[in-house]
Write a protein that binds this ligand. Structure first.
Ligand code: ADP
Ligand code: MG
Length: 257
Protein backbone atom coordinates (compact mmCIF):
# COMPACT_ATOMS: atom_id res chain seq x y z
CA UNK A 1 0.00 0.00 0.00
CA UNK A 2 3.02 2.32 -0.38
CA UNK A 3 1.34 4.22 -3.22
CA UNK A 4 -1.83 4.98 -1.23
CA UNK A 5 -2.34 8.71 -0.67
CA UNK A 6 -1.75 9.79 2.95
CA UNK A 7 -4.90 10.26 5.02
CA UNK A 8 -6.48 13.70 5.11
CA UNK A 9 -6.83 13.39 8.89
CA UNK A 10 -4.33 11.56 11.07
CA UNK A 11 -4.76 11.66 14.85
CA UNK A 12 -2.35 9.81 17.12
CA UNK A 13 -2.63 9.34 20.86
CA UNK A 14 -4.92 12.31 21.35
CA UNK A 15 -5.80 12.85 25.02
CA UNK A 16 -7.74 15.63 26.68
CA UNK A 17 -8.63 16.02 30.35
CA UNK A 18 -11.01 18.48 32.00
CA UNK A 19 -10.02 18.73 35.65
CA UNK A 20 -9.73 15.15 36.81
CA UNK A 21 -11.89 13.84 34.00
CA UNK A 22 -10.27 12.24 30.96
CA UNK A 23 -12.57 13.12 28.06
CA UNK A 24 -10.25 11.62 25.41
CA UNK A 25 -7.86 8.84 26.22
CA UNK A 26 -5.34 8.17 23.49
CA UNK A 27 -7.44 8.34 20.34
CA UNK A 28 -5.91 7.20 17.03
CA UNK A 29 -7.90 7.98 13.92
CA UNK A 30 -7.22 8.15 10.18
CA UNK A 31 -9.69 9.54 7.67
CA UNK A 32 -9.00 9.20 3.95
CA UNK A 33 -9.81 11.77 1.32
CA UNK A 34 -13.46 11.51 0.29
CA UNK A 35 -14.28 9.21 3.18
CA UNK A 36 -17.44 9.60 5.26
CA UNK A 37 -16.88 8.56 8.86
CA UNK A 38 -19.73 8.39 11.35
CA UNK A 39 -18.94 8.50 15.07
CA UNK A 40 -21.49 7.00 17.43
CA UNK A 41 -21.41 6.49 21.18
CA UNK A 42 -23.13 7.37 24.43
CA UNK A 43 -23.39 10.88 25.82
CA UNK A 44 -20.15 11.94 27.48
CA UNK A 45 -17.99 9.47 25.53
CA UNK A 46 -15.83 12.26 24.04
CA UNK A 47 -17.31 12.60 20.54
CA UNK A 48 -17.66 16.39 20.64
CA UNK A 49 -14.28 16.79 22.32
CA UNK A 50 -12.67 14.81 19.50
CA UNK A 51 -14.26 17.02 16.83
CA UNK A 52 -13.29 20.13 18.82
CA UNK A 53 -9.68 18.94 18.98
CA UNK A 54 -9.65 18.26 15.22
CA UNK A 55 -10.92 21.80 14.68
CA UNK A 56 -8.55 23.27 17.32
CA UNK A 57 -11.34 24.68 19.47
CA UNK A 58 -9.76 22.51 22.18
CA UNK A 59 -6.07 21.78 22.57
CA UNK A 60 -5.19 18.20 23.48
CA UNK A 61 -2.50 17.83 26.13
CA UNK A 62 -1.05 14.78 24.45
CA UNK A 63 -0.96 13.41 20.93
CA UNK A 64 -0.77 14.86 17.47
CA UNK A 65 -3.28 15.79 14.80
CA UNK A 66 -2.35 16.23 11.18
CA UNK A 67 -4.79 17.65 8.64
CA UNK A 68 -3.60 17.22 5.07
CA UNK A 69 -0.11 16.62 6.42
CA UNK A 70 -0.01 19.82 8.50
CA UNK A 71 0.58 19.40 12.22
CA UNK A 72 -2.25 21.15 14.07
CA UNK A 73 -1.06 23.97 16.32
CA UNK A 74 2.62 23.63 15.45
CA UNK A 75 5.18 24.33 12.80
CA UNK A 76 7.91 21.76 12.42
CA UNK A 77 11.47 22.94 11.77
CA UNK A 78 13.91 20.06 11.61
CA UNK A 79 13.36 18.14 14.82
CA UNK A 80 11.88 21.01 16.81
CA UNK A 81 8.27 22.07 17.05
CA UNK A 82 7.29 25.70 17.31
CA UNK A 83 3.86 26.51 18.71
CA UNK A 84 1.78 28.56 16.27
CA UNK A 85 0.37 31.94 17.25
CA UNK A 86 -3.40 32.52 17.26
CA UNK A 87 -3.38 33.93 13.76
CA UNK A 88 -1.65 30.89 12.30
CA UNK A 89 -3.99 28.57 14.20
CA UNK A 90 -6.97 30.50 12.82
CA UNK A 91 -5.60 29.96 9.32
CA UNK A 92 -5.18 26.21 9.94
CA UNK A 93 -8.72 25.99 11.31
CA UNK A 94 -10.09 27.07 7.93
CA UNK A 95 -9.35 23.54 6.68
CA UNK A 96 -12.34 22.27 8.68
CA UNK A 97 -15.90 23.40 8.21
CA UNK A 98 -18.02 22.71 11.27
CA UNK A 99 -21.75 22.36 11.75
CA UNK A 100 -23.09 22.18 15.29
CA UNK A 101 -26.29 20.94 16.86
CA UNK A 102 -27.43 24.56 17.20
CA UNK A 103 -27.41 26.52 13.99
CA UNK A 104 -25.47 29.61 15.22
CA UNK A 105 -26.45 31.81 12.29
CA UNK A 106 -25.95 35.58 12.45
CA UNK A 107 -29.46 36.71 13.28
CA UNK A 108 -29.17 40.28 12.05
CA UNK A 109 -28.07 39.13 8.58
CA UNK A 110 -30.05 37.62 5.72
CA UNK A 111 -29.45 34.06 4.59
CA UNK A 112 -27.33 35.27 1.66
CA UNK A 113 -25.29 37.58 3.93
CA UNK A 114 -24.71 34.71 6.35
CA UNK A 115 -23.22 32.60 3.56
CA UNK A 116 -21.14 35.50 2.18
CA UNK A 117 -19.79 36.78 5.50
CA UNK A 118 -16.80 34.46 5.99
CA UNK A 119 -15.42 34.56 2.44
CA UNK A 120 -15.72 38.39 2.36
CA UNK A 121 -14.44 39.31 5.84
CA UNK A 122 -12.05 36.44 6.60
CA UNK A 123 -10.81 35.39 3.15
CA UNK A 124 -11.12 38.94 1.76
CA UNK A 125 -12.52 37.68 -1.53
CA UNK A 126 -14.35 39.94 -3.96
CA UNK A 127 -18.04 40.46 -3.16
CA UNK A 128 -19.39 39.80 -6.64
CA UNK A 129 -17.64 36.48 -6.94
CA UNK A 130 -18.59 35.49 -3.37
CA UNK A 131 -22.26 36.37 -4.03
CA UNK A 132 -22.34 34.14 -7.11
CA UNK A 133 -20.80 31.27 -5.16
CA UNK A 134 -23.21 31.80 -2.23
CA UNK A 135 -26.19 31.69 -4.60
CA UNK A 136 -24.93 28.38 -6.02
CA UNK A 137 -24.52 26.97 -2.51
CA UNK A 138 -28.04 28.06 -1.54
CA UNK A 139 -29.36 26.30 -4.64
CA UNK A 140 -27.43 23.22 -3.63
CA UNK A 141 -29.10 23.11 -0.19
CA UNK A 142 -32.50 23.90 -1.77
CA UNK A 143 -32.88 27.43 -0.37
CA UNK A 144 -32.50 29.78 -3.33
CA UNK A 145 -35.86 31.38 -2.64
CA UNK A 146 -34.85 32.15 0.98
CA UNK A 147 -31.74 34.21 0.13
CA UNK A 148 -33.33 37.43 1.39
CA UNK A 149 -34.97 35.96 4.50
CA UNK A 150 -33.67 36.31 8.06
CA UNK A 151 -32.88 33.22 10.16
CA UNK A 152 -35.87 33.83 12.47
CA UNK A 153 -38.15 33.41 9.43
CA UNK A 154 -36.81 29.91 8.71
CA UNK A 155 -37.56 26.48 10.18
CA UNK A 156 -34.82 24.72 12.14
CA UNK A 157 -34.15 22.43 9.18
CA UNK A 158 -33.79 25.38 6.83
CA UNK A 159 -31.47 27.15 9.28
CA UNK A 160 -29.29 24.07 9.53
CA UNK A 161 -29.10 23.87 5.72
CA UNK A 162 -27.96 27.51 5.69
CA UNK A 163 -25.32 26.60 8.30
CA UNK A 164 -24.06 23.86 5.98
CA UNK A 165 -23.94 26.28 3.01
CA UNK A 166 -22.12 28.83 5.16
CA UNK A 167 -19.48 26.27 6.18
CA UNK A 168 -19.04 25.15 2.54
CA UNK A 169 -18.56 28.76 1.41
CA UNK A 170 -15.15 28.70 3.15
CA UNK A 171 -14.13 25.85 0.83
CA UNK A 172 -12.94 23.55 3.63
CA UNK A 173 -10.94 20.38 3.04
CA UNK A 174 -13.27 18.45 5.31
CA UNK A 175 -16.57 18.93 7.09
CA UNK A 176 -17.22 18.11 10.73
CA UNK A 177 -20.81 17.64 11.90
CA UNK A 178 -21.67 17.43 15.60
CA UNK A 179 -25.16 15.95 15.96
CA UNK A 180 -26.50 18.25 13.24
CA UNK A 181 -30.06 16.94 13.49
CA UNK A 182 -30.40 16.41 17.26
CA UNK A 183 -32.06 19.76 17.92
CA UNK A 184 -34.58 19.43 15.08
CA UNK A 185 -38.20 18.42 15.15
CA UNK A 186 -38.42 14.87 13.73
CA UNK A 187 -40.15 15.96 10.51
CA UNK A 188 -37.21 18.28 9.67
CA UNK A 189 -34.42 15.74 10.13
CA UNK A 190 -34.77 14.21 6.65
CA UNK A 191 -34.14 17.42 4.70
CA UNK A 192 -30.85 18.03 6.54
CA UNK A 193 -29.69 14.42 6.16
CA UNK A 194 -30.60 14.68 2.46
CA UNK A 195 -28.25 17.64 2.01
CA UNK A 196 -25.52 15.74 3.87
CA UNK A 197 -26.09 12.68 1.70
CA UNK A 198 -25.65 14.81 -1.45
CA UNK A 199 -22.50 16.33 0.01
CA UNK A 200 -21.09 12.87 0.71
CA UNK A 201 -21.90 11.81 -2.87
CA UNK A 202 -20.02 14.86 -4.17
CA UNK A 203 -16.82 13.47 -2.63
CA UNK A 204 -16.52 15.71 0.44
CA UNK A 205 -14.56 14.21 3.34
CA UNK A 206 -16.92 14.16 6.33
CA UNK A 207 -16.81 13.24 10.00
CA UNK A 208 -20.33 13.03 11.37
CA UNK A 209 -21.26 12.54 15.01
CA UNK A 210 -24.83 11.26 14.91
CA UNK A 211 -27.42 9.06 16.54
CA UNK A 212 -29.09 8.58 13.15
CA UNK A 213 -28.03 4.97 12.62
CA UNK A 214 -30.02 4.73 9.37
CA UNK A 215 -27.94 7.56 7.93
CA UNK A 216 -24.73 5.95 9.18
CA UNK A 217 -25.70 2.62 7.63
CA UNK A 218 -26.52 4.18 4.25
CA UNK A 219 -23.92 6.91 3.90
CA UNK A 220 -20.88 6.09 6.04
CA UNK A 221 -17.85 4.32 4.62
CA UNK A 222 -16.78 3.58 8.17
CA UNK A 223 -18.37 3.76 11.62
CA UNK A 224 -16.49 4.38 14.86
CA UNK A 225 -18.00 3.53 18.24
CA UNK A 226 -16.62 5.56 21.16
CA UNK A 227 -17.02 5.01 24.87
CA UNK A 228 -15.24 6.63 27.85
CA UNK A 229 -12.89 8.67 25.67
CA UNK A 230 -11.69 5.76 23.55
CA UNK A 231 -12.42 4.24 20.19
CA UNK A 232 -13.87 0.87 21.16
CA UNK A 233 -14.68 -0.48 17.73
CA UNK A 234 -14.34 0.60 14.11
CA UNK A 235 -15.38 -0.95 10.83
CA UNK A 236 -17.84 -0.80 7.99
CA UNK A 237 -21.46 0.05 8.89
CA UNK A 238 -22.29 -3.61 8.29
CA UNK A 239 -19.65 -4.66 10.80
CA UNK A 240 -20.14 -2.11 13.58
CA UNK A 241 -23.92 -1.71 13.32
CA UNK A 242 -24.81 -5.15 12.01
CA UNK A 243 -22.31 -7.43 13.77
CA UNK A 244 -20.64 -5.51 16.59
CA UNK A 245 -17.93 -7.49 18.36
CA UNK A 246 -17.94 -5.51 21.62
CA UNK A 247 -20.66 -5.82 24.23
CA UNK A 248 -20.62 -2.04 24.83
CA UNK A 249 -21.37 -1.44 21.15
CA UNK A 250 -24.23 -3.94 21.21
CA UNK A 251 -25.73 -2.32 24.32
CA UNK A 252 -25.51 1.15 22.77
CA UNK A 253 -27.11 0.12 19.47
CA UNK A 254 -29.91 -1.67 21.30
CA UNK A 255 -30.55 1.47 23.37
CA UNK A 256 -30.62 3.85 20.36
CA UNK A 257 -32.84 1.72 18.11
P1 ADP B 1 -20.08 13.59 23.87
O1 ADP B 1 -20.01 14.59 22.78
O2 ADP B 1 -19.71 12.20 23.44
O3 ADP B 1 -21.40 13.60 24.58
P2 ADP B 1 -18.16 15.31 25.16
O4 ADP B 1 -16.96 15.27 24.30
O5 ADP B 1 -19.03 16.51 25.07
O6 ADP B 1 -18.99 13.97 24.97
O7 ADP B 1 -17.72 15.20 26.67
C1 ADP B 1 -16.85 14.20 27.16
C2 ADP B 1 -16.65 14.42 28.63
O8 ADP B 1 -15.90 15.60 28.85
C3 ADP B 1 -17.95 14.59 29.40
O9 ADP B 1 -17.83 13.95 30.64
C4 ADP B 1 -18.07 16.08 29.55
O10 ADP B 1 -18.78 16.42 30.71
C5 ADP B 1 -16.62 16.51 29.65
N1 ADP B 1 -16.39 17.86 29.10
C6 ADP B 1 -16.52 18.23 27.80
N2 ADP B 1 -16.21 19.53 27.63
C7 ADP B 1 -15.89 20.01 28.86
C8 ADP B 1 -15.49 21.28 29.36
N3 ADP B 1 -15.33 22.34 28.54
N4 ADP B 1 -15.25 21.40 30.68
C9 ADP B 1 -15.39 20.35 31.51
N5 ADP B 1 -15.76 19.11 31.11
C10 ADP B 1 -16.01 18.93 29.81
MG1 MG C 1 -21.45 15.86 22.01
Amino acid sequence: MSNASPPLVRARGVSKTFGAHRALDGVDLDVSRGEVLCIIGPSGSGKSTLLRCLNQIEKPEAGTIRIDGELAGYRQKGDTLHELDDRAVARQRLACGMVFQRFNLFHHMTVLQNVMEGPVTVLRRRKGEVRAQAQKLLARVGLSEKAGAYPAQLSGGQQQRVAIARALAMQPKLMLFDEPTSALDPELVGEVLGVMRDLAASGMTMIVVTHELGFAREVADRVVFMDAGRIVETGTPGEVLGHPTEQRTRDFIAAVL
